[in-house]
Design a protein around this ligand. Structure first.
Ligand code: FE2
Ligand code: FE2
Length: 170
């Protein structure tokens, strides 16, 4: 059985994961509107992933005999200063999520709730992946800002570029 204060934190996490999904969906809409369909698709995938994170905690709470609460989701940020700002906001958000997850791990251990402690290990590993992913994208954006986009796009193009064979040899 989950301890009461750990249960409260798990329900907070359900809200935070659902909010993350809405935040990324909002970024998806902004990016699409600004003419970045590729990045919009990326954010749509992130939004879907966050919903599965939410559901995973939700299911765990029920399985562990607690009461899962469906949250009211706060309105996510709607406007951004640019492409780079979107990804900086996303990374800052993931860092906040990591802190929340570490707090649950800490509290579950302090309360000798080792079932929740064990359950949360997946989230600890997942946050490392997410921070690393957004960090990598930001590194690429910084490169773009520094050297201008031509180089970056050329580099991507070169990865798959090959000479064409003559279509109709004489
Ligand atoms: Fe998440
Ligand atoms: Fe995330």
């Amino acid at each position: 059985m989950i301890k009461e204060n750990v249960l409260l934190l798990l329900n907070d996490q359900i809200e935070l994961e659902a909010f993350s999904s809405f935040q990324y969906l909002s970024m998806c809409a902004w990016l699409d509107n600004q003419g970045f369909p590729g990045a919009a698709q990326f954010m749509a995938r992130q939004a879907n992933e966050e919903m599965t994170h939410m559901k995973k905690v939700f299911d765990y709470v029920m399985e562990a005999g607690g009461r899962a609460i469906v949250p009211a989701i706060p309105k996510p940020q709607e406007e951004f200063d640019g492409f780079r700002d979107v990804f900086e906001t996303a990374l800052a958000h993931e860092r906040k999520v990591t802190e929340a997850i570490h707090h649950i791990v800490f509290e579950s251990q302090a309360n000798k709730d080792f079932t929740t402690f064990n359950f949360m290990q997946w989230y600890v590993a997942e946050q490392l992946e997410e921070e690393s992913l957004f960090g990598t994208i930001l590194d690429k954006i910084k490169l773009l800002d520094r050297d201008n986009s031509t180089f970056y796009h050329l580099d991507r193009e070169l990865a798959t570029m090959t000479g064409k064979e003559p279509s109709n040899p004489a």
